[in-house]
Each structure stands twice: as C-alpha cells, then as structure tokens.
Ligand binder design. Structure first.
Ligand SMILES: Cc1cc2nc3c(=O)[nH]c(=O)nc-3n(C[C@H](O)[C@H](O)[C@H](O)COP(=O)(O)OP(=O)(O)OC[C@H]3O[C@@H](n4cnc5c(N)ncnc54)[C@H](O)[C@@H]3O)c2cc1C
Length: 508
C-alpha cells in the first residue's frame, strides 16, 4: 500500500499514443505481466495492453499451484521439475503474501497405478531436484499416518502413502502484482484494450506497433514500438495471423476444468493428490478461499475459443467422481457445486497429438518473420524465468543498454491492506471487504464488476449465485469512484451477469 496510486485510465490511454515505446507487450496474463515488469525494471520503456482484464484468460483459471510438477516426473521432464522447484523457492521468498506453502497428502490404495515404492522413489527425486530446499521434505506414511493427516479419506483398501510440499497462490492476484510493479517502474499498462491490427513501417518491414481498441471508450490508438511481444497464451495464433493469415498453429490448447464445493462437505485438511478412478490421471482436492474446496483438473483436447471456454457436465461428473472415491462421506452431487470453470493451457504445438497430459509443458520463444517476439507455453510457476528469457531476447534484438534483470531478488507488491476494526464485509461469511473494492479501483486497475468480483476478489468463485445478488451494491461503490450514472451502474450489473454466464455456466 505504500506506493502511490497509478495514473487514472484516461492518462494511461493518452500516454499510449504519445511516444514510441521500446516494447509493446500484447496480453496481460502472467506471461505478459511478467515480461512488462522485468523489462520496465531493466529500464526499457514498456506498454502493456490487455484485451479483457489482467489475468482474464488462463491466468485466472489455473489450479493456483506454484509447484515443482510432481506429475512431470512420470514423463521424465526432470529439467522442468528442477526449474519449477527453483522458481517455487524464489516465489515463496519474494511474494509470501501471494505464495504459501501447501502440504499435500498422496494416499495409495490397493491396485493404484502408482505403487507405494514408486511414489517413494518419485518423491525422493522431487526433494532431490529441489536440492532439499523445499519448505519441507516428503514423509512416507502407513495407512494410519495417512488417516492422521487426512481423516476423511476412504479407509477401504488404503495401503499407505506420503506427504510432500508444494505451494498455493492466487493466480490472478499474482498476475496483478506483476502489473502493479511494471506500472510502478514506468510501464504504461491498460486493460480492456485489444490489439486489432499490427502495424508495419514498410511493406515487408518488421512490425513497428499496433492499433489498439479501447473497449471502454470506443476509440482506436496507434501504439508505436521498437519491438512487439506476443504474450497472448491461447490466443497466440490470432496475433500471429494479423501478420500472416496463412500461418499454421503454434499453440495447441488443452482444456482444464475445476469445481468449487463447500469444504465442510469434503473435510480435507490440506491438499490431496488423487488418481482419477475414471482414467488414473493425477488430480487434486485443494483448499480454496471462502470456505471452498477446489477439485481439479481435467485435461482434454478442445476446439473451444479461450474467451468462451467453460466446464461441461462431463467435466463436473469426472471431478465429483474423483473426490467421492477418495472422500466417500462427502457424497457430492451436482447440487453441491458452488462454481465450475475452465481454462485453456497454451501448450507448444510440437506435433505431439497424443495424450494431452503427456504433452510438453515447456515454452518456446521465437521471432516471427515480421519480427514479433512470440512466447508460447510455460506455466504460472515458471513465469518469472520465462519472462527473463523473453526480455533477454528483446534486449539482444534492440541492442539496448539496460540494467541487469533483478526479478530473482526483487519482492513483489500486491498485498491486500491489513484488516482493521472499521472494515465492512461485503458478504457475511467471506473475507472480502468494502475497502477491497476501493483498492481494486484506485490501485489495481479494476474497471468492471467482473474485474473486482472474479479477479481482484474471488467472490464469484465462492457464492452459488456467483455474487449476482451483491453486484448492485458493489457496482454502486465502484460507480462513486468511476463516475458512473445510475444507468451506468445498471449496465455494469448486466455486463457482470453476462460475464458470469460466459465463465461459470456449465455446458451440457
Ligand atoms: C486448468 C489449468 C490449470 C493450471 N494450473 C496451473 C498451476 O496450478 N500451476 C501452474 O504453474 N500453471 C498452471 N496452469 C498453466 C498456467 O495457468 C498458464 O500457463 C498461464 O496462466 C498462461 O499465462 P499466459 O499469460 O501465457 O496466458 P493467458 O493468461 O491466457 O493470457 C493471455 C492474455 O492475452 C489476452 N489477449 C488475447 N488477445 C489479445 C489481443 N488481441 N490484444 C490484447 N490482449 C489479448 C487475453 O485476454 C489474455 O488475458 C494451468 C492451466 C490450466 C488451463
């Protein structure tokens, strides 16, 4: 809270067109936010534009884990586990308000695909690849030990298991922290601003900027830049096609769904790693905010557009079946689902068209024929390292003299203000306060109810109506700050209803 509030939207909008930038970063998910932050801290002039809201794409639909990737051991991606473990350690130190240690219990039942000895070997490798500097080491457990750790787990045919450590985060707020820091270091950042065309200095010359549409005001701005960086995750190919409509896909999206159910029904103490009874895939029961337990995720090939992707009834059934198998007393049904949502993993299209779960989670950074620096793949956990590599490539291409990358040691901002006695809660049993709404608007670039209720707070994930009932009250508060008329407040509530239906309704 100590940093001064960023300039208002009108000023940032005007600044976009005023001068050429070193970098124009397209896409305000974790990758674009991380790139903007790193580049601004090194002294480059940066513009960051985001079509919807910061983190509105995959970066608010993840499992919210900063993890070494225990699953990747199965596929032999040891280098990925090593890198992810190192980044997990860094983020735990640099953003303790956003990245918290999380203890996992992995129960092993008779006939499970992963046997006890295999689990022990994998978790030994996991601790070794973290150089034994994870928050804690794994412990092998017999059946009694597993039940001491997670008493509500099924006892039938339980052989034993283990506990191990990873970390949990708030994905959209981690993204936001990077945006806030980028802005604090001079980047001009704008959400609700879509790149609708790339611009080129000459017929065959490199991209020299983009035409950006301001979704709130309706105007178009020409943003000039020495280098354009495409960080649009599952939308990557759409930007590449602005340069060459005939180009083949660089990204192969797979869909992952999650559901939130009341934690009291499941009774999990911490995180539990489960093998799906349907197909043996690893999935998780995770502690969520607002008294929720989150169950995820699926991994299926999809042709759904990232803006429209939603969980399906089949996804919900799959996740309920996994949780009910491990927590039989929960006896969850579709009626217990408080919220359901899905996102698209922006995986590198490497020609691997087989099992989505075994597809590479690595990233690729390359220049397009017209000089757009394009990043594909990656994950939340390794965003900082990937951003550093992207900015290294940019600096080399621009031949700019800049400061060294310092994101390995610079703490991230973005903590919520401490609770005080005069706080007014927005909803009785949730932790969100009226001051969160004020801060979202004043300091965190929120422009719509969806920005506040889905990505600055998690109200929409934590209430069965996704917060529709309290939307008018929050809209009135936002409206006071943003100068909305009563018709504007009404429109904001209607827009929120549409956003909620788009993201949280379940496909048949
Ligand atoms: C179900 C699921 C679970 C996951 N769980 C984890 C996890 O637990 N831990 C982990 O480390 N990783 C996880 N991941 C992976 C991680 O979430 C993603 O790799 C990461 O969020 C991708 O970020 P991104 O910035 O590349 O893409 P996005 O977050 O999708 O950002 C791209 C942005 O570009 C914007 N954009 C698109 N077109 C334009 C345009 N024309 N102009 C301007 N902006 C545009 C979009 O609106 C979007 O906000 C998970 C992924 C999924 C799907």
């Amino acid at each position: 809270m100590s940093t001064p509030p960023p300039p208002r939207r009108a000023q940032r909008l005007a600044a976009l067109g005023e001068r050429p930038f070193d970098l124009l970063v397209i896409g305000g998910g974790i990758t674009g936010a991380g790139v903007a932050r790193d580049a601004a801290r090194r002294g480059l002039s940066v513009a960051l534009v985001e079509a919807d809201d910061f983190a509105a794409g995959t970066s608010s639909r993840s499992s919210r884990l900063i993890h070494g990737g225990v699953r990747y051991l199965e596929h032999g991606y040891l280098h990925l586990v090593f890198e992810a473990s190192r980044e997990r350690r860094r983020l735990l130190q640099l953003a303790p308000h956003l990245v918290r240690p999380l203890r996992f219990t992995w129960p092993v039942y008779h006939g499970a695909r992963v046997k006890r000895w295999q689990l022990a070997a994998a978790l030994t490798a996991y601790d070794t690849l973290a150089l034994f500097r994870n928050v804690g080491r794994h412990h092998r457990l017999d059946a009694t030990g597993v039940l001491e750790s997670e008493p509500m787990l099924s006892r039938t045919q339980l052989l034993g298991g283990a506990t191990y450590w990873d970390a949990g985060t708030d994905d959209s707020r981690l993204t936001l922290a990077n945006v806030i820091d980028a802005a604090a270091h001079g980047a001009v950042v704008l959400n609700h601003a879509r790149v609708q065309a790339l611009t080129f200095g000459s017929a065959n010359g490199p991209a020299d900027g983009a035409e950006v549409h301001d979704a709130l005001g309706g105007s178009a701005i020409r943003v000039k830049a020495r280098l354009v960086v495409n960080c649009t995750g599952p939308w990557t190919d759409e930007i590449t096609r602005l340069e060459d409509p005939n180009v083949g896909p660089a990204v192969r999206g797979t869909k992952g769904a999650h559901i939130a159910v009341p934690a009291a029904r499941v009774g999990n103490v911490g995180a539990v790693t489960m093998l799906s009874p349907d197909d043996g895939r690893v999935c998780f029961t995770l502690p969520g905010s607002g008294g929720m337990t989150i169950i995820g995720t699926t991994d299926t090939a999809t042709t759904e557009h990232p803006h429209e992707v939603r969980a399906s009834q089949a996804d919900v059934r799959y996740l309920l079946s996994a949780c009910n198998r491990f927590f039989p007393d929960a006896a969850l049904t579709q009626q217990d689902v408080v919220s359901a949502w899905a996102g698209i993993r922006p995986l590198v299209a490497s020609g691997n068209t087989g099992d989505p779960s075994s597809a590479s989670r690595e990233h690729r950074i390359e220049f397009s024929p017209r000089g757009v620096l394009t990043a594909t793949g990656g994950k939340l956990t390794t965003y900082r390292a990937m951003s550093e590599q992207i900015v290294d490539s940019a600096v080399q291409r621009l031949a700019s003299k800049v400061r060294a990358c310092d994101t390995t040691t610079a703490p991230l901002p973005g903590a919520r203000r401490p609770a005080s006695g005069s706080d007014v809660l927005l909803v009785g049993n949730l932790s969100w306060r009226e001051t969160d709404v004020d801060d979202a608007v004043d300091r965190e670039f929120a422009e719509s109810l969806a920005d506040v209720m889905i990505r600055r707070t998690f109200i929409a994930f934590e209430l069965k109506d996704q917060g529709r009932a309290i939307a008018p009250r929050i809209a009135a508060r936002m409206g006071q700050k943003l100068g909305w008329t009563s018709a504007g407040i009404q429109r904001a509530v209607e827009d929120f209803g549409r956003a909620v239906s788009r993201i949280f309704s379940v496909n048949p």
